[in-house]
Design a protein around this ligand. Sequence first.
Ligand code: ZN
Length: 242
Amino acid sequence: MKFPKHLITLSLPLICLAVCYCAPTQIETAVPSVSEFVKIKPPHFSKLPTSSNPKYAIANLIEISEVDPSIIIHLQYTRPSRVAKSPLYSKNFPALLRPETALRLKHANNIVKKYGLRIKIWDAYRPPSAQMKLFNASGRDERFVANPERAASQHSCGTAVDITLVKANGNAIPMPTGFDVFTPQASSFYNHSDPVVAKNLKILQYAMHSSGFHHLPREWWHYIDINYKNYPDTVPLSAINL
Ligand SMILES: [Zn+2]
């Protein structure tokens, strides 16, 4: 059967439009199973970057944007949040980490890029004074917020980071919960019925574990550098002179 030429000319753009519209925005790449990715040896960095900002360099911190400008920064505590009803940080508060932790995050971001995604930062270095305010704002509830009088938060040492995944253009994708939502769905091990949420969480866990991060069982968004013991000291806000 032969189609009239003008019909083919008309229908081709429509077919292309339909394919583009229906095509998944995520690149379909297989995600390794947990038993596979836990065996991946995390990277070792023989040379660590130094911040171009002398204040941060002296404190042995670096802005994440200096290490990987494609990581999206959206610090949650620059505005009222679920736990802290008033902002803990100033509007221009920087997203800082230890240089080694920042390099691990860059490594993880390169992995999620294979899936058409990006890491988005919810929180990074958190001054000890902000940790104290957060703990008090939680009603001093140690189930959800680390008590800084008992032990230093890894955030205050610059070795912990709270993250989610977004599309390359920054748009949200289905993830288990929002930030600081303390429901069973926030568990790193929750069995999500939505296969898209389950897959996105698995991509995050694969990227972070194979880059050298531990997860926190109760918060799917919280990760700690495996070498956190090399950086035991908290960094006071005064050290970065903000
Ligand atoms: Zn955290």
